[in-house]
Design a protein around this ligand. Structure first.
Ligand code: ZN
Length: 432
């Protein structure tokens, strides 16, 4: 195992999750292609050391941004904004995206090669779930409560890994339809957001462990609950595959120019290809060749299309400390006043329970192709996006325990109101 020390002035990148060894025994062709491509490209001065790393051309940058319009334009140029300040944003960008931003007149005040962020996997973080351990955790739930827990694949990633869904339903199992109101919890649209895998697993484990508690039992008997911890299994494995952290956000599509990946949360058919996403294959917010072009987003679409009994969704990301609701991909609030009230009531309550801040998705900037926007527009599902806390993509094992209790409460709340999300607003009014 390589030990690369991290000297990072901005965020405390504490620790790297996941298992020490990668499951796949087959050579990673995508990685090989990418390394080849990285070797022939001229490297920027800041990363002058010769490197055959896929991250060689990608940077952590800070850009001056005084307004929401600036932030949207910066995201549209292809930067993945991860941190926002009053007058600047920080995040990841390809060297060509940096050039684009500069050509547009934006001031890039800081940049550091992502190579400098490469780290070893400290043993104390092995509690994070890689693909095999995630699958094993779901298998264990089925073994523990076969009368109400079942497991099935909703599709596969580019590299063939199954996207596993665990289901809690006391009367139906597997892919059999249910008339009960449904709730859906999903993690890991974005590969490097490993904490977003942990919360769905923790919620599933809580439901199974507490299935005899009267309150939990009642939810399990009256709801149809689906949990997909790892929507982007290929990307998640790639991020930890070399023993060194890749800071990889997208899936593992090999684009025609050999650049890797599509941003799954810019690829859904909701204002596809507009603001806050990029047509550049090297961009971290590359939206892909067409809406639902990716097997992972198509799996998500097929899954939800077939289960319109699902009324609520929580999609986990990290690490902005927010819970958000549509719209993300266009200006303004959702047009239906009753829906807006329900979104606000539920997001507000879940934020309180989980220690997050509730806001409309487009408050910081507009981002099109958002899968939660699509779920709401296509199926009237009350779809939330949770950005967990943690302050970095690799916040260490302790962050799991910090986030879990609040997220379990928020999940129970969401599952409870899945029969009629508008009831949340009425209950809130009655309580005030
Ligand atoms: Zn994300």
């Amino acid at each position: 195992m390589l030990k690369l020390l991290l000297a990072f002035a901005v965020a405390a990148f504490a620790a790297i999750p996941a298992g020490a060894k990668v499951a796949s025994e087959t050579p990673n062709q995508a990685l090989a292609d990418l390394q080849k491509a990285a070797q022939v490209e001229e490297l920027p001065a800041v990363a002058a050391e010769v490197a055959a790393e896929p991250v060689a051309e990608r940077f952590w940058i800070k850009v001056q941004a005084a307004s929401r319009e600036d932030r949207t334009a910066i995201a549209t140029a292809g930067m993945a904004i991860e941190e926002e300040g009053s007058d600047q944003v920080a995040g990841t960008a390809h060297i060509k995206t940096i050039e684009k931003l500069q050509a547009l007149g934006f001031k890039v005040t800081y940049r550091m090669s992502l190579q400098k962020l490469l780290k070893d996997f400290p043993s104390q973080d092995k509690v994070y779930h890689n693909y095999d351990r995630m699958k094993a955790a779901l298998d264990a739930l089925v073994s523990a409560a076969p009368d109400m827990v079942s497991l099935f694949s909703i599709g596969k990633g580019w590299q063939g890994r199954d996207i596993w869904a665990v289901r809690f339903n006391t009367t139906e199992s597997g892919t059999a339809p249910s008339k009960k109101p449904g709730a859906f919890i999903v993690g890991n649209h974005h590969a490097r957001e490993h904490l977003s895998v942990e919360m769905p697993i923790k919620i599933a484990e809580y439901l199974a462990a507490h299935r005899a508690d009267p309150a939990v039992r009642k939810l399990l008997e009256t709801r149809d609950i689906y949990i997909v911890p790892m929507l982007n299994p290929d990307g998640a494995e790639y991020d930890i595959s070399t023993g060194r952290y890749q800071m990889h956000r997208k899936n593992m599509r090999i684009n025609p120019d050999k650049e890797i990946g599509v941003d799954l949360n810019r690829n859904c058919d909701s204002f596809f290809g507009g603001a806050g996403s990029s047509g550049d294959t090297y961009s971290d917010v590359y939206h892909g060749p067409s809406a639902f072009s990716e097997p992972e987003t198509m799996a998500l679409k097929n899954f939800l299309d077939a289960r319109i009994n699902i009324k609520t969704i929580n999609s986990f990301h990290s690490y902005s400390g927010l819970i958000m609701y549509p719209w993300g991909g266009k200006e303004g609030a959702v047009e239906n006043a009753a829906d807006l009230k329900a979104f606000q009531a539920m997001a507000g309550a879940m934020a309180k329970l989980a220690g997050l801040k509730a806001q409309q998705s487009n408050v910081m900037y507009v981002a099109t192709g958002d899968c939660m926007d699509w779920a709401y527009a296509a199926h009237h599902m009350y779809a939330f996006t949770t950005e967990l806390n943690g302050g970095s993509f690799y916040p260490g094992a302790a962050e799991i325990d910090k986030e879990t209790p609040g997220e379990i409460k928020a999940a129970l709340y969401m599952i409870e109101y899945s029969d009629d999300p508008r009831r949340a607003a009425a209950d809130l009014t009655a309580a005030n």
